[in-house]
Design a protein around this ligand. Structure first.
Ligand code: V47
Ligand code: SF4
Length: 375
């Protein structure tokens, strides 16, 4: 192993023995454990973490950075839950609430036909009166409007609530949604799996065990999904690693996760506004440790509307290999929480230049990471 140039570099740089030992294992493709993960967070500096994360990233993406052409629709911000970090939720009839009808949404989808978009990403609040039959009708109507569009829709939290309202099991609800056009599920609602933290930040949301179970059922039905982690609230490094470990364990069983997306907490206009947002150094560290620890989830996404394009570009040397998509100004979850990009949209050319500027190969993909075009 010692003739590995990266290890020799670490030795010359005087890396502490504990970190050196972790590096040896990561470079020989050995799995690291939770204690190692916490040590990386606590003791790893940025150049060290960058080199290790890039080594792991190369195994999956071979210097490519992926993006897709998509648009977002948020059917409603009316929500029965009370997540303390949420800047977006409104009660029914409260000022600032919206609920689009199926016709409104179909009209919007129609306006993107022939735009080159390959995916629509749909997430919203947990509406008190909309059940899985309503959402199945919505998916069918979208498919009738644009049969080739991939529909990535509904967090496990929304799925849980809409199936419950209709008295259907998760399995039957997901089968119905799949038959109606559901192609994959986004990764939201995971937040932080630790039950004590969850009680403080999102007390009435679907619990961790159920979140993981719903993704497992989806994977068993061949519905690929993503996973997120909301960080920078009141959790510590142990909680973040516990979150990653629960995802890694499920992925060992099902291999159904495509991508992991860390979501940096944005503090504007919510009950946690007093908490300072994480620094860019912390964000880069979080990307790198996630990439190193999650040795079985193929892709790591920097959601640029939240991070801003500049930090997203730097993240491409900290294990990130996906920048999500060209998006219209339709995502309100982050703009209402004070995201860096207030009217997020990026042209394909802009994303390509950003990726090339980081020394990587831009690869336009479909939702499930088939390459459409290498630029
Ligand atoms: O679960 C809400 C997060 C998530 C805040 O799968 C916040 O490709 C930060 O699912 N600060 C929903 N985050 C978004 C989501 C998503 C986003 C990007 C890509 C994908 C994907 C999925 O938004 C929620 C919650 O964790 N969120 N409020 C906030 N103040
Ligand atoms: Fe509702 Fe989602 Fe906001 Fe929680 S984060 S209150 S589930 S809209």
């Amino acid at each position: 192993m010692m003739n590995n140039p990266t290890l020799s570099l670490f030795q010359t740089a005087g890396i502490a023995p504990r970190l050196f030992n972790i590096a040896e294992r990561v470079l020989s493709n050995e799995r690291i454990n939770a204690t190692d993960g916490i040590a990386l967070f606590e003791e790893g500096n940025l150049p060290f973490l960058s080199l290790l994360a890039e080594t792991v990233s190369q195994r999956f993406s071979n210097n490519h950075v992926y993006f897709n052409r998509n648009f977002h629709i948020e059917p409603t911000n009316i929500c029965v839950n009370h997540c303390a970090f949420c800047s977006y939720r409104r009660r029914k009839n409260e000022a600032g609430c919206w609920e689009y009808s199926i016709d409104d949404i179909v009209e919007k989808v129609g306006s993107y036909k022939n735009s080159g978009a390959t995916e629509v990403h749909i997430v919203g609040g947990v509406h008190p009166d909309r059940d899985v039959y309503f959402y199945a009708d919505l998916l069918s109507a979208i498919k009738n409007t644009d049969p080739t569009l991939h529909i990535k829709a509904f967090t496990a939290v929304e799925i849980d609530a809409m199936c419950g309202q209709a008295g259907l099991t998760i399995e039957n609800g997901l089968k119905l949604l799949k038959e109606s056009g559901l192609g994959s599920m986004p990764g939201g609602g995971a937040e932080i799996f630790d039950e004590k933290i969850r009680l403080k930040i999102c007390p009435d949301k679907t619990g961790s065990t159920d979140w993981l179970r719903i993704h497992k059922v989806a994977h068993e039905l061949s519905i690929p999904t993503n996973a997120t982690m909301l960080y920078g609230l009141i959790e510590n490094y142990g909680h973040r690693i516990d979150h990653l470990e629960r995802l890694r364990n499920l992925q060992d069983e099902t291999n159904g996760f495509n991508c992991f997306i860390p979501l940096k907490f944005k503090h504007y206009n919510n009950l946690f506004s007093h908490i300072k947002e994480t620094t860019t150094v912390e964000d880069l560290k979080n990307y790198a440790v996630s990439r190193i620890f999650l040795d079985n989830i193929p892709h790591l996404k920097a959601y640029w509307p939240m991070m801003g394009k500049q930090v997203a570009q730097i993240s491409l040397t900290f294990g990130v290999d996906d920048l999500d998509g060209t998006i219209d100004d339709s995502t309100k979850i982050y703009s209402m929480a004070g995201s860096t990009e207030q009217k997020p949209s990026a042209s394909t050319e802009e994303l390509i230049n950003l990726i090339k500027g980081a020394g990587k190969i831009p690869a336009e993909r479909d939702t499930v990471y088939n390459i459409i075009n290498v630029h």
